[in-house]
Design a protein. Structure first.
Length: 132
């Protein structure tokens, strides 16, 4: 019952009830990645390409799509990684979760989360003062 309520009232926890129904009616499973995300293809869109979507395993985070599937999702290739022997190139990095708001987030000196003072402004910047 809780899973059904989550599908009705939230979009960030996997799929919604509307996506589940559309996938059931029109979706064809294309493959699954190492994170458990499932990729689908459906009827052609108005520009003639088949509609493609992903149902995330858990929390919906777009950066959790591996490079090979990202290329397929964005129509850079028509062959999904599940239908070929896809090997990531050297310059393609593995997934790293978005650190924003977490303990690994970037916090420059002088921010509220890091003690210390902000470095002085240098260069051609002159602060505005009223009356000048």
């Amino acid at each position: 019952m809780a899973k059904l309520l989550l599908q009705i009232f939230t979009w960030w926890n996997g799929q919604t009830i509307g996506t589940r129904f559309f996938t059931w009616r029109k979706g064809t499973k294309v493959g699954e990645d190492e994170f458990g995300n499932v990729y689908y293809e459906g009827p052609k869109t108005t520009w003639g390409e088949p509609r493609r979507w992903v149902i995330y395993n858990g929390y919906a985070e777009a950066s959790a799509i591996p490079p090979g599937w990202h290329g397929w999702m964005h129509y850079r290739t028509n062959t999904p990684p599940s239908k070929e022997n896809y090997v990531a190139r050297d310059w393609q990095k593995p997934h790293r979760a978005n650190p924003t708001g977490g303990p690994n987030a970037y916090r420059p000196a002088g921010s509220l989360a890091v003690p210390g003072e902000r470095p002085r402004v240098t260069g051609d910047y002159d602060a505005w003062t009223p009356g000048n």
